[in-house]
Design a protein around this ligand. Structure first.
Ligand SMILES: [Zn+2]
Length: 365
């Protein structure tokens, strides 16, 4: 058990008020991930380990020391294919990514859980946020047999579901960053029979993802390089994707957006917040996202880190052994987010022992 470990651990417990309205703490502009101050009045009252409520049970791990100020990997995939390239993950490699992460104690969570500080993993496990950009058919395709649709086992969703069948503690949590009006079939996972994907299946796929636990994210209408365009165009690109998602899943609230090619609009604020008037209906479509994904930058900060800034969320492009290297580096530095299994407490290893630290081993941006 955790308490029997030789390394003393300080459990910093407080009334963990759920951030249900999604507001970002005001102290998000800092750049250093310093140790959590016990006098931080904005974070509630700290109590000692003895006062903390018992940890939740579950299939956790006792060999990993909890640290909920550690870094979280937000991994980034594009295409899936027959070989590994910069923007393509070979299918067997993708499957191995899932196996490796699972074996090392990582479990998928949605970005909404990070934003809401509801990473409800058993003790000793680490969250990982999967993001899939561009909505290509390789990520989610159907095959049709005798008029019945089946999820293509060769698509990312198919591989994911097969892995989940064998590992039931691998939840359906991943963020799909969508395009709705892109060329080359990258419009809601393929249309116009591109890779045998019918236009009529598009909304069905998007709804299936939501109904089955996955999360949707805005990647603009057709992947425009937002840095090149004037403000109204930027807002139209983002708002029109939001409108299309609302047609597929009425009332669904997206929480995040991914910058195409990581390029910010000239007016950066428009990436997360803006509006556009639809000339067809005369209605104004507004958007307000709590997280904006960069294309790179390394592991992301914990939502309990005072410098957590989801409006610039770093990601790890899954190229080669990027996942394994990042895990090794974070774990060696004692800087991976590892859950304590108790939603009411925030745990981090004591820096006094010198055995672990929450100081990042490399700059995050
Ligand atoms: Zn993209």
């Amino acid at each position: 058990m955790y308490r029997s470990l030789a390394v003393p651990v300080i459990l910093l417990a407080f009334a963990c008020k759920a951030n249900s309205d999604g507001t970002v703490p005001s102290d998000t502009t800092g750049t250093a991930a310093g140790p959590l101050s016990t006098t931080d009045s904005t974070r509630g009252q700290f109590v000692s380990t003895a006062e903390a409520s018992p940890a939740t049970s579950g299939t956790g791990r006792t060999d990993r020391v909890p640290n909920e100020l550690g870094r979280i990997m937000v991994v980034e995939y594009h295409l899936l294919g027959d070989q590994n390239t910069t923007y393509t993950r070979e299918r067997a490699s993708f499957r191995r990514d899932l196996e490796l992460l699972h074996k090392r104690g990582y479990r998928p969570v949605n970005m909404a859980q990070v934003l809401d500080r509801k990473i409800d993993l058993p003790r000793g496990l680490s969250p990982v946020v999967f993001t899939f950009d561009d909505a290509s058919p390789e990520q989610f395709s159907y095959t049709e047999k005798d008029g019945k649709l089946e999820i293509d086992p060769k698509s990312a969703v198919g591989i994911w579901l097969d892995f989940r069948k064998k590992n039931p503690d691998w939840d359906n949590k991943a963020v799909f960053c969508l395009l709705s009006g892109a060329a080359s079939g990258r419009s809601f996972f393929g249309d116009r029979n591109i890779q045998n994907q019918k236009t009529a299946w598009r909304f069905q796929k998007v709804k299936w993802l939501v109904d089955n636990g996955f999360e949707l994210c805005n990647h603009t209408l057709w992947h425009a390089q937002l840095s090149k365009y004037p403000d109204p165009f930027v807002q139209e690109q983002i708002a029109r994707l939001a409108l299309a998602v609302d047609s597929a899943v009425p009332g669904y609230k997206m929480r995040s957006m991914a910058l195409p090619q990581g390029l910010w609009p000239k007016n950066r604020a428009l990436a997360s917040k803006g509006s556009w008037r639809d000339p067809k209906s005369g209605k104004t479509i507004s958007y307000n996202y709590e997280a904006v994904y960069e294309v790179a930058g390394g592991p992301s900060r914990s939502p309990y880190d005072p410098a957590f800034n989801p409006l610039s969320t770093n990601r790890i492009q899954v190229i080669g052994d990027a996942i394994e290297r990042t895990m090794d580096r974070l774990e060696k530095a004692g800087n991976a987010y590892i859950s304590d299994g108790n939603p009411a407490t925030i745990a981090r290893p004591s820096t006094a022992t010198g055995s672990a630290s929450t100081t990042p081993s490399a700059p995050a941006r």
